[in-house]
Design a protein around this ligand. Structure first.
Ligand code: ZN
Length: 162
């Protein structure tokens, strides 16, 4: 198993801007696993995500990303960062940055078009009464879509600040 070590603790969070970054690429057998940092808030500058908004985005985007019809890319994990300034998305497969950007854009569009927050019930979620509405998370979905479209346009993920 060959890995490029995770560098997220080496990132200067004081100059970090919202964007899509790749803090780690791990080779698992013949498959590449990319960790993607979906950074939504500037640390110590923007308000962090509330637990309710992060939880709702998790339900909505996990559903959208897993519904993308892709033979190349598989979602391994999607969830909020403990610091509440963004999310981690783990994608498996051999794909380019542009293909990953396109995948995230597509998943975000599917998420934004959902009529309701998925799995908003006690059987499927451990804290469903705190979930907000689609309207509450659409502005954030719009920001993620713009960040993904930027990756598609440039062909590369954003680079962490030096
Ligand atoms: Zn839940």
């Amino acid at each position: 198993m060959r890995s490029i070590p995770s560098i997220s603790f080496d990132v200067n969070h004081l100059t970090l801007l919202p964007g899509l970054y790749v803090p780690a690429v791990d080779e698992v057998g013949a498959t590449s696993v990319k960790t993607i940092d979906i950074r939504l808030c500037r640390p110590y500058a923007d308000p962090v995500l509330t637990g309710e908004i992060a939880h709702t985005l998790e339900h909505v985007l996990a559903t959208g990303l897993r519904r993308v019809d892709s033979g190349k890319i598989k979602v391994l994990y999607f969830g909020p960062m403990g610091c509440m300034t963004g999310f981690y998305l783990l994608l498996a497969g051999n794909f380019s940055d542009r293909e990953a950007g396109s995948f995230i854009a597509e998943g975000t569009k599917i998420a934004a078009a959902l009529p309701d927050v998925p799995a908003k019930n006690r059987r499927q979620c451990g804290n469903c009464e705190t979930l907000r509405t689609m309207a509450d998370v659409r502005p954030m979905l719009d920001r993620i879509l713009k960040m993904a479209e930027k990756v598609v346009g440039s062909g590369t993920f954003d680079r962490y600040p030096d």
